[in-house]
Ligand binder design. Structure first.
Ligand SMILES: [Zn+2]
Length: 253
């Protein structure tokens, strides 16, 4: 395949830290390859605390997300929905279309269609909708940017790489992130509010350890030290070549 001309990508997730956890290594590789990376979350992480009110924790967590994005020169966006209330409805869809319209991505990462939390599943649908329709002129009042088209769409792993029946998800694409683990860890560690909470609760650095276990699990499958897994959306009208694998290596089929 020829190299894609639109080298802007958007990781559209539910909460701050989801991108760093599930696809941070691949985002680093894309940034290293010259891609313009955008990370967006539907919600600001307002339920990710046992002690702070929703406004204080939202402020902290969106700043942590922006700091993590800055590690790779990426831009952070938040749609300002609420944790536990991310839904596929008309107002949220409009925010999604407007965001996609402004970013005009040629490549999109979304949550797995099936995941442990409904915010992730609804955000997956929202990301799929945004990718499919953002380039249609009438869907948003924001001008259509040059290069806008249905992008390559990949679903990240669900948390723990398992579906709701506990089965390991079979990826289409495994990306080697062994050389990016240090930076991925640094990005995730920007989310100090979450890391500290788990550290206090578990007594071990479960936040970073869980990420390392996940990367090692997928790495073993790929025959490398650490990897991230994706399932490519290959439905009607979407580009079907495995562009990620063609660019970074790691196709499974
Ligand atoms: Zn999440």
């Amino acid at each position: 395949m020829t190299a894609p001309t639109n080298r802007t990508m958007l990781a559209f997730m539910a909460h701050p830290d989801d991108a760093e956890f599930l696809c941070g290594g691949t985002l680093i590789r894309l940034a290293e390859a010259g891609w313009q990376v955008h990370i967006a979350t539907a919600a600001p992480g307002d339920c990710g605390t046992m002690t702070e009110n929703r406004w204080d924790i939202s402020s902290r967590r969106t700043r942590e997300a922006a700091k993590a994005a800055a590690v790779i020169g990426a831009t952070y966006h938040c749609l300002d929905e609420r944790d536990g209330f991310v839904v596929y409805d008309k107002p949220t869809l409009q925010k999604v279309y407007d965001l996609f319209r402004r970013v005009a991505p040629g490549l999109v990462f979304a949550h797995a269609p099936q995941d442990y939390m409904m915010d992730h599943e609804q955000a997956s649908l929202l990301g799929r909708a945004g990718s499919f329709l953002y380039a249609a002129p009438n869907v948003s009042a924001i001008p259509v940017r040059e290069g806008s088209a249905i992008p390559y769409l990949y679903y990240c792993d669900p948390v723990e790489a398992i579906d709701i029946r506990g089965r390991l998800v079979e990826p289409t694409t495994l990306i080697d992130i062994s050389a990016q683990m240090e930076k991925k860890t640094a990005m995730l560690a920007c989310h100090a509010s979450q890391r500290d909470w788990l550290l206090a609760h578990h007594g071990v650095d479960e936040y970073l350890d869980a990420m390392r276990r996940h990367a090692a699990l997928r790495g073993k499958q790929a025959g490398v030290a650490a990897a991230e897994a994706f399932v490519q959306h290959r439905g009607h009208a979407y580009p079907k070549e495995d562009m990620l694998a063609a660019m970074l290596g790691g196709s499974r089929q």
